[in-house]
Each structure stands twice: as structure tokens, then as C-alpha cells.
Design a protein around this ligand. Structure first.
Ligand SMILES: Nc1ncnc2c1ncn2[C@@H]1O[C@H](COP(=O)(O)O)[C@@H](OP(=O)(O)O)[C@H]1O
Ligand SMILES: [Mg+2]
Ligand SMILES: [Mg+2]
Ligand SMILES: [Mg+2]
Length: 347
């Protein structure tokens, strides 16, 4: 757990620096049109560096989102050099006097994330920046690190540099309008260990997060609200609006990027998190592993749209029925019923 916290904090530091100085040329679009920035790559390299340094005698396997293929093309050379410089900036602060990493070292660290994962052994699961669109748009994003042991998530850590330390009261408080990293009270780290609970605390510093998160269940649907992606292309907002109406939830949706939603759910900012991608979209394990444990250890429930638990031991992807829903227990049960009814009504 200590190694995971350290790795996430280092990567978050790099992301915060880059978000403040983002330049248009440093963003490229991947084949699926999702963006990737120097910070995604840099954060992935730093997490791999930090974990290997903290745990030198353990076999290292990591399932992570990014790889160095584009950086090894001639067009990627400038970006690779800049990533190397940024990673070295953080490494030299962490380990003064150390030999700087070469570009080949950094590309090699990024590529340690190519593991297939699975139901055997231990594998780190990393999304170096979840919510890259939010990161580029100066909104929410999260550095997400999980540990799989025999196919089960046993550790989950989320670094959320732009998340307010207190509960989000309204949409504006969600930090959607501007990055406020470094401002007083902004920047939260969430951590969970299987069987040992979920905790939140300040991202800054190095203290173990101390606030134990325990969800209180409710059936009062007129008071609760739900969360969903900020990006309409990531989830079907018309379906979620029907679900909310069916449940009697009348408050407007809280739309924020990334797994910061899972942290926000675990601490009670909202009672439901809904995600219904277009048909055919395949969910990746790094988009949910860390957040799922944080929700469960706080007393929440997460499943696919038919109620089946998420299986993180099947490789890099999740196999599931339509969407992913998480909520407090009674609300989750009502939600599954509402999903059936709204789906059957066909309108
Ligand atoms: N068309 C699509 N439908 C659903 N999810 C998508 C998508 N395109 C990208 N995503 C995923 O949605 C994640 C962000 O989730 P959210 O909408 O909650 O912010 C992205 O993570 P990355 O930003 O790590 O690539 C990406 O994996
Ligand atoms: Mg991405
Ligand atoms: Mg992601
Ligand atoms: Mg990502």
C-alpha cells in the first residue's frame, strides 16, 4: 500500500506540473480518437519506476493503458525527449544525485505496462491519467493504480489533483471550470485495501490518508443525485435521464471526468455512478479496478447493468452486460430493477 501511495503521488505531481503548462502540440489522438498527452506517458513511466524501486525483489507485472509505439516513430521523437526530461525532473527530486534516466530507460518503463494480467499471480493495474479529456480541458482527472492478486483487486489508490477536499455541493464545485490544483484543500488521495476499508486524505504531503469512508445507505430518492461522465460520448445521457426519472431522482446529474467519480461516491458526494457506453464499446480494467475497490470497501456495490460483479481477472478487458453501475446497497438494488424496466419499456 505504501508503495502504491508513493507511486501515485509522484505521478500526480508530474501531471499537475504538465496541466499548468499544457501546450497544444503535446496532445496526440490514438486510433480510437481518445487523446494522450506527455503527462499520460510520463506518469506511466514514473509509476513503474517508483514501484520497482520500492519493491526491488518482487517480480513486476503491470497492466497499463499506454505503450511507447507512437513515441518510437520519427514524429514521436520530440515528445519522447520532453517526457524523459519531465520524468527526470521528478526522479531527481525524489532521489537527489541519481543518474538521470535515458530516453530508452523511460520508453522501457512505459512498456512494462504491457502485461496481459489474468486470474493468476499479482499484477499492478494502472491508468496513468484517467480522464485525459478532463485533464486537457482543465477539469477532473485521476491517477489510478490497483493491484490484482489471483484476479481480485486487493489494493486501489486514486490520486485526484483537482478534486476539492470537501464534498462537492454543486456542479461548479466539481472543479469543472478550471484546474485548482495546489489551491488550499484541493487534491485528494483515496486508498483501499481489501478487507481493511477505504480512506481519503490530502494528496499533498506523504501521510497515509486517514479519513475512513463509510457510506450510509438511503432510500430517499428525492434527496440523492447521480454522477456520470462529463463527456457525452462516453455514456448515454438520455438513458441515464430515464433511469433517474424512474427512480424518482430529480436533482441534476453531477458530471465529472474520470474515476474521481468513484472516490466521490465512496465519500458520499452522490449516491449513484452510472456509465452506459455505446453498444460494442469494450471496457478496460484500468478504467475501473482501483475505483471499484474504493467503492466496495466504503460499503458500496458495483456491478454491470445486469447485476453481475465485475471480473478483473480476464485480461486487459472487462466482459460485461452494457453498463457499469455503482451505488449504495439499497439504491443499487432499486437501480437494477429500474434498468430492467426502462430497457423493457423500449422508449
Ligand atoms: N467512446 C467511449 N465510450 C466509453 N468510454 C470511453 C470512450 N472513449 C474513451 N472512453 C474511456 O472513458 C475513460 C474516461 O472516463 P470518464 O468518461 O469517466 O472520464 C477514458 O479513459 P482515459 O481518459 O484514461 O483514456 C477511456 O478509457
Ligand atoms: Mg486514454
Ligand atoms: Mg481511463
Ligand atoms: Mg488514461
Amino acid at each position: 500500500m505504501h508503495s502504491a501511495l508513493t507511486a501515485v503521488r509522484l505521478a500526480s505531481k508530474l501531471c499537475q506540473r504538465v496541466q499548468l503548462q499544457l501546450k497544444a502540440g503535446e496532445k496526440t489522438d490514438k486510433a480510437d480518437e481518445s487523446p494522450v498527452t506527455v503527462a499520460d506517458y510520463g506518469a506511466q513511466a514514473l509509476v513503474a519506476w517508483s514501484l520497482q524501486r520500492s519493491l526491488p525483489n518482487q517480480p513486476f507485472s503491470m497492466v497499463a493503458e499506454e505503450d511507447s509505439v507512437d513515441l518510437r516513430q520519427p514524429e514521436g521523437a520530440g515528445m519522447a525527449a520532453r517526457i524523459t526530461a519531465m520524468v527526470n525532473e521528478v526522479v531527481s527530486q525524489e532521489e537527489p544525485g541519481s543518474q538521470p534516466l535515458s530516453e530508452a530507460d523511460v520508453l522501457g518503463l512505459i512498456d512494462t505496462g504491457g502485461s496481459e494480467g489474468g486470474s493468476q499471480g499479482r499484477h499492478w493495474v494502472l491508468d496513468p491519467i484517467d480522464g485525459t479529456r478532463g485533464f486537457v480541458g482543465m477539469r477532473q482527472y485521476a491517477v489510478c493504480l490497483g493491484l490484482l492478486d489471483q484476479g481480485q483487486v486487493v489494493v486501489g489508490v486514486l490520486g485526484c489533483p483537482n478534486l476539492p477536499g470537501g464534498q462537492i455541493q454543486d456542479e461548479d464545485g466539481a472543479g469543472n471550470s478550471a484546474a485548482k490544483a495546489g489551491t488550499d484543500g484541493v487534491g485528494v488521495i483515496f486508498a483501499a485495501q481489501k478487507g481493511a476499508g477505504s480512506y481519503a486524505g490530502p494528496l499533498a504531503g506523504s501521510a497515509f490518508p486517514r479519513d475512513r469512508l463509510q457510506l450510509s445507505d438511503t432510500q430517499n430518492f428525492s434527496q440523492i443525485r447521480f454522477m456520470e461522465s462529463y463527456e457525452s460520448k462516453h455514456s448515454d445521457f438520455s438513458f441515464t435521464a430515464k433511469l433517474a426519472a424512474k427512480l424518482g431522482v430529480s436533482r441534476p446529474a453531477l458530471r465529472i471526468d474520470s474515476q474521481a467519480k468513484y472516490g466521490a461516491l465512496a465519500r458520499g458526494d452522490a449516491a449513484i455512478n452510472l456509465r452506459f457506453p455505446r453498444p460494442g464499446y469494450r471496457e478496460k480494467i484500468w478504467d475501473h479496478a482501483a475505483g471499484a475497490l474504493i467503492v466496495q470497501e466504503a460499503g458500496g456495490v458495483i456491478s454491470d447493468a445486469s447485476g453481475a460483479p465485475l471480473d478483473f481477472g480476464k485480461g486487459r478487458w472487462l466482459d460485461l452486460d452494457r453498463g457499469i453501475v455503482s451505488a449504495t446497497p439499497a439504491v443499487h438494488a432499486a437501480l437494477l430493477q429500474a434498468i430492467q424496466e426502462v430497457s423493457q419499456s423500449g422508449d
